[in-house]
Structure formats: structure tokens, C-alpha cells
Write a protein that binds this ligand. Structure first.
Ligand SMILES: CCCCCCCC/C=C\CCCCCCCC(=O)SCCNC(=O)CCNC(=O)[C@H](O)C(C)(C)COP(=O)(O)OP(=O)(O)OC[C@H]1O[C@@H](n2cnc3c(N)ncnc32)[C@H](O)[C@@H]1OP(=O)(O)O
Length: 224
């Protein structure tokens, strides 16, 4: 179903809305490497069986690193501009909990244009995303789908917010295993963008979702 589809001519530039933008290429390699290490640290701490002495020493080392870095922060709402190999430009928040490149709590999910249309990404979720034993938490699968579906709408020139998200869990989703995420726009109606997507492991759908994204109301587009 496509009624009155109205992609915006150009993606809005967040700077026009008073937001700062960091081009992904300008993120220092040392920060990317630190984020990876912290991601691993969170998993290590979550699973450690170390004794009190080692734990106390590790706490001191982490506190020292925290003190060292605390001072100088990006503002909340800072955006990152990502340019994908196919030339697609995407804006997201720098610390987006699913895709933010500097957020150690993010897997992170990266979505690229799929040959069959829509977007496709791969991600591995470690033990800090656990729900049932050995399995990914259902809320996190919903978060992955929400992000992928939102990106699919953005990639078609219709960035917006999720008004409704519906997820069906078809099969258990394993931790520490490659997952494929796919998403596409299935229709539009005025500012409503209908999107659908899947999470797969070894080609088998483990979760699938549909969402209604409401496209941003931009100055000059008449709001229709
Ligand atoms: C600033 C610069 C930006 C730069 C560019 C950035 C690009 C980024 C690109 C790409 C990446 C995106 C990745 C994101 C992924 C993550 C997504 C999230 O986590 S979003 C957070 C959770 N969602 C919320 O917090 C929304 C809260 N809700 C609202 O704010 C409003 O309700 C909103 C915006 C969704 C709609 O409000 P209204 O006032 O704008 O529009 P109304 O008139 O109410 O609705 C429009 C149409 O939608 C229907 N509608 C609205 N809500 C509905 C619902 N829940 N169910 C069914 N229909 C609904 C209405 O009936 C209406 O339909 P009719 O055209 O009249 O037919």
C-alpha cells in the first residue's frame, strides 16, 4: 500500500535543529578501541568469578579511568553522521543504545543497503544481552528491530519516530552467535511509514516485527 508517499527531498541536517554533528570518520581510533574494550569489560564483569582482592584492584583501575575521562563530554543529542560504502548518509544519535558507535552498551548494530532492497545488518550479542539462559532478551530483540525499522524508513528519506511496534518471537535467539537483521518499508500513507523486518540465525527467523513510523514534520513539507 502506498498512498501519497512523500519522502523528504533531502535528509534534514541536524545542525539546522541546533544539534551538534560528529562525522564518524572523526571519532578517534583510540576512542573506538576504548569502547570495544569497555564492551568486553561489561561482559567480563557480568560473568566474573574473581576473588575480593582482584575485584577491589579492578575497581580501583576502572575508577581511575573513569576519573581521567569524566571532564569533557559531548552534549546529549549529539548526532553522528555515518557514510556507508554505498554512499548512503545516515544521521543517528552518537550514543544511540542500539547503534551508537561510542556507546559501549550498544552491540552496535550497523545497517547497510541490501541487494534485495531495504537494509541488512549483522550483529553478535554477548552475554550481557541475556534474558532466558543462553538466549537474547526479548526486549533487546524489540530494540534491534525498532532501530532497524527506523533506519529503513530513514534510508528511504522518511526519518521519523516509532508510533507502534509489534514483535513476534518465532524461535529462541542465541547469544554469542551471528544474527542477521533485515528491514524495509512496506508502504506509506501521508506521514505514516509502514515498515517490517526480521532477525535471523542460520537463515531461520527468530523474531519478526512490523512498525508504524510517523515521519518527521519538517518545515516546508506542509505536514501532509
Ligand atoms: C532533529 C534532526 C533529525 C535529523 C535526522 C535524523 C534522522 C534519523 C534517521 C533514521 C534513524 C532512525 C532510527 C530511530 C530508531 C529508534 C526509534 C525510536 O526509538 S523512537 C522513540 C519512541 N517513540 C516515541 O517516542 C514517539 C512518541 N510519540 C510521538 O511523539 C507522537 O505520537 C508521534 C510523533 C508518533 C505522532 O504524533 P504527531 O502529532 O506528529 O502525528 P499524529 O497526527 O498524532 O499521527 C500521524 C498519523 O499517525 C497515526 N498514528 C499515530 N500514532 C499511532 C499509533 N500508535 N497507532 C496507529 N496510528 C497512529 C495518526 O492517527 C495519524 O494518522 P492519519 O494520517 O491521520 O491517518
Amino acid at each position: 500500500m502506498t498512498v501519497d508517499a512523500k519522502p523528504v527531498a533531502e535528509l534534514p541536517d541536524p545542525r539546522d535543529f541546533g544539534l551538534s554533528v560528529v562525522p564518524e570518520g572523526e571519532i578517534p581510533a583510540e576512542l573506538a578501541s576504548l569502547v570495544d574494550e569497555v564492551r568486553s569489560l561489561v561482559d567480563t564483569v557480568a560473568h566474573t568469578k574473581a576473588g575480593s582482592r582482584e575485584l577491589a584492584a579492578a575497581r580501583e583501575a576502572v575508577a581511575a579511568a573513569n576519573d581521567r575521562l569524566k571532564g569533557d563530554r559531548h552534549d546529549i543529542g549529539t548526532m553522528v553522521q555515518q557514510v556507508w560504502p554505498d554512499g548512503r548518509v545516515e544521521y543517528g544519535t552518537l550514543t544511540n543504545v542500539v547503534s551508537g558507535p561510542t556507546n559501549a552498551a550498544a552491540p552496535p548494530l550497523r545497517m547497510e543497503t541490501a541487494p534485495e532492497g531495504g537494509l541488512r545488518g549483522e550483529v553478535v550479542l554477548n552475554g550481557t544481552y541475556q534474558g532466558p539462559p543462553g538466549l537474547v532478551h526479548g526486549g533487546w530483540l524489540a530494540a534491534l528491530l525498532d532501530q532497524a525499522l527506523g533506519s529503513a524508513a530513514g534510508a528511504e528519506g522518511m526519518p521519523g519516530l516509532t508510533a507502534n511496534l509489534d514483535v513476534n518471537y518465532r524461535n529462541p535467539t542465541p547469544l554469542n552467535a551471528p544474527l542477521e537483521i533485515t528491514a524495509r518499508v512496506s508502504g506509506t500513507e501521508r506521514r505514516k511509514v509502514f515498515v517490517s523486518g526480521e532477525v535471523r540465525h542460520n537463515g531461520q527467523v527468530t523474531a519478526e516485527g512490523t512498525a508504524l513510523m510517523v515521519r518527521m514534520n519538517l518545515p516546508g513539507d506542509g505536514g501532509a
